[in-house]
Design a protein around this ligand. Sequence first.
Ligand code: IYR
Length: 222
Amino acid sequence: MSEAKFVPLKGYKEYSPEEMKHRAKEFYHLIRNRRTVREFSNRPIPEGVIEDCLLAAGTAPNGANKQPWHFAVVTDPEIKKKIRIAAEAEEEEFYHRRAPEDWLEDLVPFGTNEHKPFLEIAPVLIGIFAQSFHLTEQGDREKHYYVKESVGIATGMLITALHNAGLATLTHTPSPMGFLTEIMQRPSHEKPFLLLVVGYPSNDVQVPDITKKPLSEIASFL
Ligand code: IYR
């Protein structure tokens, strides 16, 4: 059995109640302006921004600090094209054969279809992979815990960091998305979790006219 090692908490900062209230409201105002977009500009992203946002995502709380994620960042137009072709093939099946009527009905407000030009237009695609276990050099499996929860939290933090930096995202979940493993050259024990499309929104982009639930519907105070 190994031993626990503790160090002093560094970097925690307490705010006065006024400052705390101010910061909580400010952050809500920042994040409530995040919108998923489906039309992107092809403008490149300034150097280092994606890297810092990924470092932010990598600080996410996770099961036993196993950090069971991998982020595959694609900017190569040839690889983006392959991803688009494979994703559109799955989406074609989804929209025309696989999806039940009520699911298609639920998607009407978003105007989505099998065409995914943003997969080639947006400057960056991030394939997010969940490692169900760690494979050592010797081929032994080491357990990972709460993998979906951990990767979900890291993904949320990545989306938040990108929004904070002034970038738009689209959480794209082609289903099934096994093709990402091969195209993004990931080992077979990593499961594709989500494909995040990142960039500047295109000029005059329109977004669905939807609202978020009020606090009284999403929370109870006991
Ligand atoms: N994966 C498909 C369908 C889709 C499903 C849900 I749930 C959405 O919120 C949006 C789309 C697509 O990307 O078009």
